[in-house]
Design a protein around this ligand. Structure first.
Ligand code: 3PG
Ligand code: MG
Length: 399
């Protein structure tokens, strides 16, 4: 992949950096600044090189027009604190404010431009519309560094087209993410154990499909497990279920058997009569969830079983929480998996999104894991073996 070195001397040059500053917000309070911190290695390097740095990012999913609740403004202060220098902010992305803000940058100074997705061209379906917006962005820079790993699976103007218009390179985060995730998928040391969770089974089907030929064990918890349990004929009460996926899931279980992949499902479940933080919790066998209750977390026996299956792994990839970890009562399963991974001696990768937030919000030290991805969808698509537009375009032989 093209690296920042390939851009040559950067002092005094305007460098556009596509970062993924899409952090969770509670109003204007950042509840997990992991993605901002992950952007620092590239930004620090560019600052030290004397570049004039304009950071571009999306936040949330606004529909091509400004919406105050999706403003990047709350992110700017935190970025400045972490960088240890003032960070300017432009109240639009390619308009007068952006142009003035970038023109005012001195060597080694940094600005953040307003949310890319306030502009319809960023996510437009038509190639021409995306290209037109990318041209407006390109006018603000002399070089482009792509470092928003969380968004490299999206063929969007600031991710894909922009890289065709300026001298382009992968940033430090993108390089590290791709290295770590390829290490897991391409030549994992064995035993290779995959832990999957999260609410939606549909999001994980392609990953399971790909891993059924590669992993030694696949452990399944979280909301997606109930569809597997239902497919086995278990009583799952009011738990999450994707009825349309029962046949696929059955086929996966058969293929696992045929391929000698150990597919491990929960043996017990923490249930509650309603989806609420203070709902009364009970532990029941996984095949006996009462008709009026729903599964909220894996049970203690399952946590112990998963621990056993993880501990001797040489490589572990984990994506998706084991339960409703946002509610303290139902966080034990996710905490237990995180704990086991943090103590495991193998190469441990946490896939982004919710599992990465869970690890940080439950108070684990990030350094206890080999790699915590900043990408949810992006890390899954890499593991699925897909070609990601935002990565391919940075390969040496790309346009
Ligand atoms: C994410 O949060 O997964 C990334 O920032 C990408 O966001 P998106 O799914 O809205 O494209
Ligand atoms: Mg996403």
């Amino acid at each position: 992949m093209k690296t920042i070195d390939s851009l040559g001397e950067l002092r005094g040059r305007r460098v556009l950096v596509r970062a993924d500053l899409n952090v969770p917000l509670d109003g204007t309070t950042i509840t997990d600044d992991g993605r901002i911190r992950a952007a620092l290695p590239t930004l620090t390097r560019l600052v030290e090189a004397g570049a004039r740095v304009a950071v571009i990012s999306h936040l949330g999913r606004p529909k091509g027009a400004p919406e105050e609740k999706y403003s990047l403004r709350p992110v700017v202060g935190r970025l400045g604190e972490l960088l240890g220098q003032e960070v300017a902010f432009a109240s639009d992305t390619v308009g007068a404010s952006a142009q003035e803000t970038v023109a005012a940058l001195g060597d080694g100074q940094v600005a953040v431009l307003e949310n890319l997705r306030f502009n319809p061209g960023e996510t437009a379906k038509q190639d021409q519309e995306r290209l037109a917006f990318a041209q407006e962005l390109a006018a603000l820079g002399d070089a482009f560094v792509s470092d928003g790993f969380g968004v490299v699976h999206r063929k969007q103007a600031s991710v894909y087209e922009l890289a065709t218009l300026l001298p382009a390179a992968a940033g430090e985060l993108v390089l590290r993410e791709v290295d770590s995730l390829r290490r897991v998928t391409e030549s994992p040391e064995r035993p290779f154990v995959v832990v999957l969770g999260g609410a939606k089974v549909a999001d994980k089907l392609a990953v399971i499909d790909n891993l059924l030929g590669r992993a030694d064990r696949i452990l399944i918890g979280g909301g997606m497990a109930y569809t597997f349990q239902k497919a086995l004929g278990f009583e799952i009460g009011q738990s999450l279920l994707d009825e349309t996926k029962l046949d696929v899931v059955r086929e996966y279980m058969e293929r696992a058997k045929a391929n000698g992949v150990e597919l491990v499902l929960p043996v017990d479940t923490v249930v509650a009569p309603e989806f609420a933080p203070d709902a009364p919790a009970t532990v029941v066998p996984a095949d006996q969830i009462p008709a009026d209750q729903e599964g909220m977390d894996i049970g203690p026996e399952t946590a112990r079983l998963f621990g056993e299956k993880i501990t001797d792994a040489a490589t572990v990839f984990w994506n998706g929480p084991m339960g409703v970890f946002e509610f303290d009562t139902f966080a034990a399963g996710t905490r237990s998996v995180a704990e086991t991974l943090s103590r495991a001696s193998g190469y441990t990768v946490v896939g982004g999104g919710d599992s990465a937030s869970a690890v940080r919000n439950l108070g684990f030290d990030e350094s206890l894991f080999s790699h915590i991805s900043t990408g949810g969808g992006a890390s899954l698509e890499l593991i699925e073996g897909k070609d990601l537009p935002g990565i391919s375009i940075l390969e040496e032989d790309a346009a």
